[in-house]
Design a binder for this molecule. Sequence first.
Ligand SMILES: Cc1cc2nc3c(=O)[nH]c(=O)nc-3n(C[C@H](O)[C@H](O)[C@H](O)COP(=O)(O)OP(=O)(O)OC[C@H]3O[C@@H](n4cnc5c(N)ncnc54)[C@H](O)[C@@H]3O)c2cc1C
Length: 321
Amino acid sequence: MLPNFAYVRARTKQEAFDNLSTDGAYVHAGGTDLLGCARDEIFEVSRVVSISGLEELEGIVVLDDGRLRIGALTKISEIADSPLIRESYPGLAQAAGDVASPQLRNQGTLGGNLCQRPRCWYFRGDFHCAKKGGDMCYAVEGENRYHAILGGDPCYIVHPSDTAPMLVALGAEVRISGSAGDRTLPLQEFFVLPDQNLSRENVLQPDEIVTEVLLPKPSGFLSSYRKIRERGAWDFALVSVALAVRRSGSTIADARIVLGGVAPAPWRSEAAERALIGRQPSEALAEEVAAAAMAGAQPLEQNAYKVLLAKGAIVESLLAL
Ligand SMILES: Cc1cc2nc3c(=O)[nH]c(=O)nc-3n(C[C@H](O)[C@H](O)[C@H](O)COP(=O)(O)OP(=O)(O)OC[C@H]3O[C@@H](n4cnc5c(N)ncnc54)[C@H](O)[C@@H]3O)c2cc1C
């Protein structure tokens, strides 16, 4: 059952900021994650601030300088179905199409997808784990088959979003607004690892909201998103691979490789990118790149399989692209 909370429908961004500045206040976009967290009392929710009336946060539009602006309230299904995105950023359309189920994609928003909380069963369960202020990450010695193999210490959640790794690979920026003003930063810098902030997964201040995501003007990058999950129906990624690659003649001129399902934040592997750039694509190179991406992996007792899955998915994705 949902606990009692105050419900505010913000009519302006300022009204949202003002209402978010108290403890226990949370943004409500599509509500597909927030209301589950409130019902399960994962954290205390005393005020729900709906931003769904802020029309300026909606829509997909090409800006005068050629960049693509996707408003934070844009539904995941709109991103998956957008002819513009399918044409110019196909990896993003694939990633959005891989999110959850049709119903959740019709209700869930891009901002909510980037800011959703982790799915770790200790965090979501009745455990006072490190992320909730306790003194240990239960995954270290507990059931850890779905947990992080990279960047985990001291908390081994994996970031659940499918759109986030692909947007990072595409070089997206995120625009944030709050009482102190607006700021724009590379999406890669939006996410934080547990050793930077144990209780949060991003840099948002309590009274800040994500307003939009900006994608660079298409510049010859090919992109793809490959998600490996346990079931064919809706499921979170065990491992996912977001690739953005630009060729020049027979060599790879530029590349970004970002992994999902393996770390507490979308995991950009610069070692793998270095192994790829300036080289001619081949199966041997794809295997070398995959090995570079997994060189630093530190699996827990039950999740070493993710290293093999990630390597295989990287090889497959590179060869397919
Ligand atoms: C059964 C199920 C399966 C799922 N499977 C997948 C999956 O396979 N892949 C995947 O990527 N996701 C998956 N999800 C997550 C789903 O995509 C998210 O729930 C959805 O994208 C969140 O969007 P929302 O608008 O409903 O967010 P809300 O529930 O409204 O918000 C989620 C969180 O983000 C915050 N928030 C929302 N918007 C903003 C904003 N603009 N600025 C700042 N903070 C904000 C909220 O305060 C809250 O903490 C699944 C969810 C469910 C319930």
